[in-house]
Design a protein around this ligand. Structure first.
Ligand SMILES: *Cc1c(COP(=O)(O)O)cnc(C)c1O
Ligand SMILES: [Zn+2]
Length: 427
């Protein structure tokens, strides 16, 4: 089977055999046209987005369980070589799945899990996608790792390039959170701030990607490979539940890549017999100030009209989401919805997750918890169904969202009397 597909899609010149593991070709999500594995991201027939296709191998639970405690345990289902664990990557993934009992009680849910991706090497889910993009860049002979970023991607690209010993160039909107700017610059990347929003930065990056030879813009010209990294969220959730699927998953939506690939990952687990087939409803979460996909969902549209973002959830502030239509597709097919909450609700829910579970999420986490609470209140999420919510990033990166709202209860002189005076009246 592999031989047949290999003949049909010969590897591009200069790419070693096995460079992409069991991946065999790229396929257009719009028209289904296929092309060989290479630095391609738009269909030659219709300019639609390309996705990685595989000659799926037989994979057993035991094989996966014997692998490294990182996303590389799922190597047979990723476009990376079999020896990927020997390369210098940040080895992301295998983050904790937290049994969120107190939050479940507060929300009236029977069983709630928080998939806490703040535990990744640069504290967001972006390390997963960057690790796979880096492997593709290396195999394709591209020498510079680059990206336009809303913040977390900048951190992940800069760190992954530092660890791999290659050059990185990172483009960010100049008004990004100071924590995210510092947490990128520290890796000695070439950090370039652009006077504009993410969509402006993204457009510029596409122009540069078209001109500069040898650059791998992780979310532009190697995007098909990058996107595959998000499948590992679905793989880990299933494995951590004891090779079972939950009933419903709530996923943050920026470009929509994470949500669509979680859906693809679930499909692959079922197809390969790694989990029992069952319906999983997928829900998308956005901030009202940048909710083009939620608006399209409500209007019953298949296409997403771009918006100008204005929200504290900057990591989700993509006004023109590349995978928007595919999010609508996945959500409608599985029986979910896309919904949004305002910035005040985002802040309340960052505090709620911290207070109930001891997890400090960034604004994106406030969005997913906030949307979860809203959908329960509206009777859309089933409170009796087993639910997983993704926390995709770390609260220390978006301190401004909450720093004015929490702080010391009191400031006292260092004397026991002062403490007892305070305690007797305030305990
Ligand atoms: C990038 C990002 C997402 C989702 O991004 P997609 O573009 O939809 O894949 C979610 N949460 C955080 C914190 C992110 O940085
Ligand atoms: Zn096409």
């Amino acid at each position: 089977m592999t031989t047949v597909v290999d003949t049909e899609f010969p590897a591009p010149a200069g790419v070693r055999s096995g460079a992409f593991g069991n991946a065999t070709h790229l396929i257009c999500r719009a028209c289904g046209a296929t092309s060989p594995l290479g630095p391609f991201y738009a269909c030659m027939e219709c300019f639609g987005p390309l996705e990685v296709g595989y000659a799926y191998p037989t994979v057993t639970r035991a094989q996966i369980e014997a692998g490294p405690k990182s996303i590389w345990r799922y190597q047979p289902l990723l476009p990376v070589p079999a020896d990927i664990a020997t390369f210098r990557s940040t080895d992301p993934g295998f983050t904790r799945l937290v049994d969120a009992r107190q939050l479940a009680d507060e929300l009236g849910l029977k069983q709630l899990w928080v998939k806490d991706d703040s535990g990744n090497p640069t504290h967001s889910f972006k390390d997963r996608v960057v690790a796979v993009a880096l492997s593709a860049a290396r195999e394709l002979g591209l020498q510079v790792l680059a990206c336009p970023s809303t913040g977390n991607l900048a951190n992940a690209v800069a760190a992954a390039a530092a660890r791999a010993g290659i050059r990185s160039v990172v483009f960010i909107p100049s008004d990004l959170e100071p924590q995210k700017i510092t947490a990128s610059a520290i890796y000695d990347t070439t950090l370039i701030a652009i006077e504009g929003n993410y969509d402006d930065v993204n457009k510029l990056a596409s122009e540069i990607a078209g001109e500069e030879e040898g650059w791998a813009f992780v979310n532009v010209n190697v995007r098909p490979y990058y996107a595959e990294g998000s499948k590992t969220l679905a793989f880990e959730i299933a494995e951590q539940l004891g090779w079972r699927l939950p009933d419903q998953i709530v996923v943050p939506v920026a470009s929509g890549s994470q949500l669509t690939k979680i859906d693809k990952g679930i499909g692959e687990l079922i197809k390969l017999g790694l989990v029992e087939d069952k319906p999983v409803k997928i829900f998308g979460a956005q901030a009202t100030g940048c909710s083009p996909v939620a608006q399209a969902y409500r209007a019953g549209h298949d296409v997403v009209a771009p918006v100008k973002p204005s929200t504290i959830a900057k990591s989700l502030a993509i006004g023109n989401p590349a995978d928007g239509p595919y999010v609508l597709d996945a959500v409608r097919r599985t029986g979910g919805v896309v919904a949004d909450v305002g910035d005040d609700v985002v802040v309340d829910n960052i505090r709620r997750l911290a207070r109930t579970e001891g997890i400090f999420a960034e604004t994106a986490g406030g969005v997913t918890i906030g949307v979860t609470a809203k959908l329960i209140a509206d009777g859309v999420l089933d409170p009796a169904a087993e639910t997983v919510v993704i926390n995709s990033g770390e609260g220390l990166k978006t301190l401004d969202a909450v720093s004015g709202l929490v702080g010391p209860r009191v400031t006292l002189p260092p004397h026991y009397d002062a403490f007892t005076d305070f305690w007797t009246t305030n305990a």
